[in-house]
Design a protein around this ligand. Structure first.
Ligand SMILES: [Zn+2]
Length: 286
């Protein structure tokens, strides 16, 4: 008898050097498409939802004393950066037991479980049984959140403060499914939900460092951050979460999803940013 394959949920890399109160997470870089996905959207379109390579671009975090957590499953299967109840009732084959909270992301077709892979491209040709969605929540969503929460709590307990960088990428140009519409995006977008998920000095430090390297950077425009910066942050208690979105044109070919000529340079820049932040947080907790 063979054992069924274990779901590949996430990897956690603990600090390899002297620990600092920094936690990085990459929730959307997973590329292991589960066998029970049952999705009809073509793979090249499905993959446009991935933040491919973001886990690798921040791969130096543990060597600088930080925790790095990365999802292995794709964001299109279940999106950990959504409220657990941001579910589109029109996707369901049966009645959801209890309350649902479909919001703006669901309206755009990209709630917890996507309805659209891209504008006009449906994810499914079927209704999804409630038990199928519950299994994705139990097997992938909740373990990811439990792992991130534990890392943030443990770091906060040890240092009395924690700085969490929630790492993403964005297409070079928006679409009808995104808040900004079809226009060219900046190099980096920082999101602190209008100054509510971290102290302004954290956002300012990352902003100024990136500007100093010559990048075009905006704050909360068009991305403010969603569930992962909202849920565990509490700046007045020393718990700071900031979202960073990197323009994919800086490091990959958006058609083949392979690294482009800018990859090595960008990785050395993200590595230098990690080093800068490690020094910065050390100074704030010493
Ligand atoms: Zn993302």
């Amino acid at each position: 008898m063979s054992t069924p394959p274990q779901p590949r949920v996430l990897v956690q890399h603990d600090p390899g050097g002297v620990p600092v109160p920094l936690v990085f997470d990459s929730p959307h870089s997973g590329t292991d498409y589960p066998a029970d996905f049952g999705c009809v959207a073509p793979m090249p379109i499905l993959r446009t939802g991935e933040d491919t390579h973001i886990d690798d671009l921040f791969g130096a975090a543990p060597a600088h004393g930080a925790v790095l957590i990365a999802a292995l499953f794709p964001r299109s299967y279940i999106d950990v950066n959504r409220d657990e109840l941001d579910i589109d009732p029109t996707l369901l084959a049966g009645a959801w037991p209890g309350e649902l909270r479909p919001g703006e992301k669901t309206r755009l077709g990209m709630g917890l479980i996507r309805r659209l892979a891209q504008p006009g491209v449906p994810m499914y040709d079927r209704k999804l049984p409630v038990a199928e969605i519950q299994a994705r929540i139990d097997t992938y969503y909740r373990p990811y959140h439990a792992t991130l929460r534990a890392a943030i709590d443990r770091t906060h307990e040890r240092f009395g403060g924690v700085w969490h960088l929630n790492c993403h990428s964005m297409g070079a140009v928006g679409s009808a499914m995104t808040a900004d519409g079809p226009k060219r995006r900046p190099d980096f977008v920082l999101g602190d939900r209008d100054g509510t998920t971290c102290g302004t000095e954290f956002t300012a430090t990352v902003f100024q460092w990136l500007k100093g390297r010559g990048y075009q950077v905006t704050i909360n425009d068009p991305y403010k951050g969603v569930e992962l910066v909202r849920r565990y942050s509490n700046p007045s208690a020393g718990r700071h979460s900031l979202q960073v979105e990197i323009n994919r044109a800086l490091y990959m070919d958006e058609t083949t999803r392979e690294p482009n000529a800018g990859y090595t340079k960008l990785k050395s820049e993200t590595t230098a940013l990690i080093g800068h932040l490690a020094g910065w947080v050390r100074g704030r907790t010493a």
